[in-house]
Structures are given as C-alpha cells and as structure tokens.
Design a protein around this ligand. Structure first.
Ligand code: ZN
Length: 403
C-alpha cells in the first residue's frame, strides 16, 4: 500500500484545522480514539477535556495514516505502538507535536502532545487587560527591577501574558532570558533555556547559571520549589526584572504560595513589585447558549452592576450549532486582576499574624481597579451570559488550588 497522499484531501484539510486550532487555542493534548462507530477527538486545554466525534466524511484510517506520514512513521505498521514527532506550520505559526500511536480494540489510538509552539505571542493590548492594568505591567517591566508574579491554574494563559508583557520591551536594548519547562514560545532576541530535570538541569540551577550571563529581564516558567523561589527573589533584589508564574488561584494565593516556599517575608515584601491573577474561560456561543439557574454557591447574582440591555441572565452551554461548529463555545476570554504591591501590602506581608491584614490590604487595591477583582469580573461575565455560569468560579479558592 502506498503512503497516504500528501495532496490536500478532506482528511488532510481537517487534520490541518485540528492541529492549527490546537496551536491557537492553547490545547495541550489531542487524542484520537476509535470506537465501534468511528473516531472521537478529545482535546485538553484550559477548560479540561472536550470531546467531539470526527465527522463521518473523514476516513479514520486515512487520518491516522496521514498523521503517521507527517510524523515520519510507517503508515502500514498498525500492530505496534509507534512514537514520532510532527511539525505543523500555518501562516506565521509553527508547532511541534509528539505523536504516539497504540493499537487498540477498534483501531489505533493516537495521542498528540504540543511540545513547543512558535506561535507569535499576542500583543499585551489584545489580552483583555484594563488600560490601568496594562499600564502597571508595562511600568514594572520598564523599571527593570523587582518581581512580578503571575498566578493562575494550569492553562490560564500565564506564560502568554508573560511573553506579551516582555514583548513590550526592546530586546535589542535589554538582555532578556527565560527558563521554562518546556519553552512555550520561540522568540528571536531572547535567550531561552529549557529545564531538563532528567539531565539534572533544574529550574534553580538554570536560573543561577543564567544570572551569571548578566540579564536585565528574566522570565521563570514556573516557581514550584523553594530553591527556585529563593533565586528568583534574590535576582529581583539585585537589580534584575523578574517575571515568574506561580500555580495559585489568586493574587493573594500567589503571595501565600511564595511564603509557603520558604521565602522570607521581608525579602518578598522588598522584591515584589506586582501580582497578577488570571483565568481563561470559554466564551459561550451567543447563538445556541441556553438560560441556566444562578448557582446558589456563587452567592447573590451581581444583577445591579449589569445594565438592562446587556443583561441576558445566567446562561450555560447550548447543544451546539453551525456558528460554533457544534461546540457550544467560541474562543476564550481572559480575566485579569493586577495588583501593585503597596506599602500597606508590604507591611501586611511582614507581620507574623498578617494574613487577615494581607487580605484586607489587597482587597483595598482590587477595589480601585476598574471592573473589580477576578471573582467580581467572572460573576459579572456570567450574569451577562458571556461565559457559562458553571465556569464562573471554578478554582476560585483562596489559596493554591493544588496540583
Ligand atoms: Zn452555537
């Protein structure tokens, strides 16, 4: 049998859209799973797993064969598991996928994982930040000293925000270095280091070595251990600008997380310039969304802040329609809370019994932000029917949401 044709066919075009969509929508895993009736595609991104049936017009075996050809695998080997790599490119974007096939009862299962995307990070102004929030981020990076922590759950777009913010800096005038696992965006002019724990290159090691290269701005892909937290804070205190992502649910949770990692409160108070918390939430398809009751555990609906014409009331995902390609959602919308570390917040951080004071000081800063804090913004969007009311406050716990 000949390899699958490389000329555009319905399955080739469909695969191209599937991979391209994964790259632009921040999907991490793509699984193709056959059952008795055909093929399912499952996607894991910010909102967890989503699944849909591959259209009947697409031949499953041809699709799998095409993936194998693109991954330099033998399309005729269907009895053994295979591993390969596939590069997708479209327009200005490229991405590498790891491909693993496994023969199963109803045919081959294919798992694709996005390894690296050279998608151009969006401009800071296109993320959906308020102008005040955007200005804060720009000024922190311009001053080139201090730590900016970006908090959010996995898939919230923290790295995208970091790159968009670093994109405002002239990389020909300032030396910008990143430490990540893996490098998510390839950027000309940046020195980018991929952590490789298996080879013994940890975040903290990479960060220490990188500091000897005299960078102006550093992006730390994730602060998840005490050693990395210590070096990142030290770097911020010694004249470097540091942007770091932290796995925490809120701005306050980010501070608590860094303190939990053993950073001395007085050092963190000195180092921290600002904290960002963010979420990416699927946008409901305005055509097929359906009304939903306001969940009692969200507290009272913020009806008062949403004016009559814009208010549709709480909505949830509809059955899907032509406008949303049957998915019930169209794209995603970002929510941000950006807090400047004020003197009151610093003082609350160094007080031993300061947790309540910290909450109070941060809440006061949120109040001056247009649109309110993250929770208020999400509730308002749910009240307008822009997002699924059931998505409004998932993971809005006070502290780290685990994982
Ligand atoms: Zn729809």
């Amino acid at each position: 049998m000949e390899p699958a044709p490389l000329a555009p066919s319905p399955s080739a075009a469909w695969l191209d859209r599937l991979l391209g969509g994964a790259v632009t929508e921040g999907v991490v895993d793509l699984h193709l799973e056959p059952d008795r009736a055909g093929l399912w595609v499952r996607r894991r991104g910010a909102g967890g797993w989503e699944e849909e049936r591959v259209p009947a017009t697409i031949a499953g075996p041809e699709l799998v064969a095409r993936i194998k050809v693109l991954a330099h695998l033998d399309p005729n080997e269907r009895r053994l598991p295979l591993d390969g790599r596939l590069r997708w490119s479209g327009g200005t974007q490229t991405a590498d996928f790891r491909v693993a096939t496994l023969p199963a009862l109803h045919g081959e299962v294919v798992a694709l994982r996005v390894l690296q995307r050279s998608a151009v990070p969006p401009a800071l102004s296109s993320l959906g930040l308020s102008s005040a929030a955007e200005e804060r981020l720009r000024s922190w990076l311009a001053q080139g000293r201090g730590l900016v922590a970006i908090a959010g759950p996995t898939g919230a777009g923290k790295t995208t925000t970091a790159y968009a913010a670093l994109g405002c800096v002239d990389a020909t005038q300032r030396k910008i270095m990143t430490v990540e696992d893996p490098v998510e965006f390839q950027r000309d002019g940046f020195v980018q280091i991929a952590v490789d724990a298996e080879q013994g290159l940890t975040f903290a090691d990479a960060l220490r070595s990188l500091l000897r290269q005299d960078p102006d701005l550093i992006f730390v892909g994730e602060v998840r251990d005490a050693a990395t937290a210590a070096v990142a804070v030290q770097a911020a205190l010694t004249g470097h600008g540091v942007v770091a992502t932290v796995h925490a649910a809120s701005t306050e949770g980010a501070i608590i997380r860094l303190l939990d990692l053993g950073v001395e409160p007085f050092l963190l108070a000195d180092a921290l310039a600002g904290v960002v918390a963010q979420r990416l939430v699927a946008r409901l398809c305005p055509v097929c969304r359906v009304p939903a009751p306001w969940p009692r555990d969200l507290g009272p609906s913020p009806d008062g802040v949403v004016s009559g014409a814009e208010r549709s009331g709480a909505m949830t995902r509809g059955p899907g329609c032509a406008a949303c390609a049957g998915r019930g959602v169209v794209g995603r919308v970002g929510f941000f809370e950006v807090i400047a570390v004020t003197r009151a917040i610093r003082e609350a951080m160094v007080r031993v019994d300061g947790l309540e004071a910290l909450r109070g000081a941060m809440a006061a800063e949120v109040a001056v932000e247009r649109g309110g804090g993250l929770r208020a913004q999400l509730l308002e969007a749910a009240c307008r029917g822009g997002i699924d009311v059931n998505d409004a406050c998932t993971g809005m716990g006070d502290a780290d949401d685990g994982g």
